[in-house]
Design a protein. Structure first.
Length: 266
């Protein structure tokens, strides 16, 4: 999971200089894409109804949709099956009646339970029109079908598409994500024995004045007071792997290990 660092003031903290730092999951959909989607929806539905339709998307939210299953069961929901991620379009029965009333130029929506055949066809047509605009979120689409409760609950990011006055209709747009791969078992030391790393032996040090450093040129000689059996350290990055002494082996400078500092690797 990709997360973003956020710093904010705690409203319960009396000291104004105290801030909290948290990591929040990065949303898979940017606000700019929602605004572009809302504008395209306004244009498409205005053409479909022959009257102005104003659409505006809310801020995206991370996490599962916080709905009671009974509420979902009484709603109209479709799933857009696609290559990158699936999308859910969901609206309540009440808002479906409102949408049908606006489409048929009725002053008040019906209060009857359930949708008529004509209303069902209208809602499905509107959903399919909106679905074609979801391609930037979903990738190439393979079909639109009636969603199940499991489909709705699988959403990990969602926002509300609001169709403005005089309709006041809310359509939930949810996006699913592929679950991350489960972490594998921890690596054992034996699995790392063939990994190549760069090691450095620190065998001498000297104190130089700034003037000496500024005067360094190609061919300059810096003397170190290091002799055989002086302390030396074997380091990888900034970690000391072993300590020992300077020496000679077959006529070449060598490092003799006297103490290991990572016994867990044995």
């Amino acid at each position: 999971m990709i997360a973003e660092l956020r710093v904010f003031r705690d409203p319960e903290e009396t000291n104004p200089d105290v801030h909290r730092v948290i990591f929040e999951p990065r949303l898979s959909i940017a606000r700019e894409r929602i605004d572009a989607f809302s504008l395209a929806t306004s244009q498409r539905l205005s053409e479909l109804f022959g009257r102005e339709v104003r659409a505006k998307g809310s801020e995206p939210r991370q996490g599962a949709i916080d709905f009671d299953p009974e509420v979902i069961r009484g709603s109209i929901a479709f799933v857009i099956e696609a290559s990158e991620r699936n999308a859910i379009l969901l609206l309540s029965e009440e808002h479906a009646h409102r949408l049908a009333a606006y489409a048929f130029s009725e002053k008040t929506p019906t209060s009857k339970a359930g949708l008529s055949v004509i209303e069902e066809r209208l809602i499905e047509r509107v959903v399919r029109e909106i679905a074609t605009l979801c391609t930037p979120f979903t990738g190439s689409q393979s079909g639109v079908t009636v969603a199940t409760i499991d489909d709705v609950m699988a959403c990990t990011t969602h926002f509300i598409l609001r169709l403005g006055s005089p309709m006041e209709i809310a359509i939930l747009v949810g996006l699913t994500e592929e679950p991350p791969l489960p972490p594998g078992p921890p690596l054992s030391p034996d699995a790392l024995r063939d990994v190549a790393v760069t090691a450095n032996v620190e065998f001498a040090s000297a104190i130089l004045k700034a003037g000496q450093i500024a005067a360094l040129r190609v061919g300059s000689i810096i003397e170190f007071d290091t002799s055989l059996d002086d302390p030396a350290f074997l380091r990888i990055d900034q970690t000391t792997i072993a300590s020992g002494a300077c020496g000679m082996c077959e006529g070449r400078p060598a490092f003799f290990v006297q103490q290991e500092h990572l016994p867990a690797l044995r």
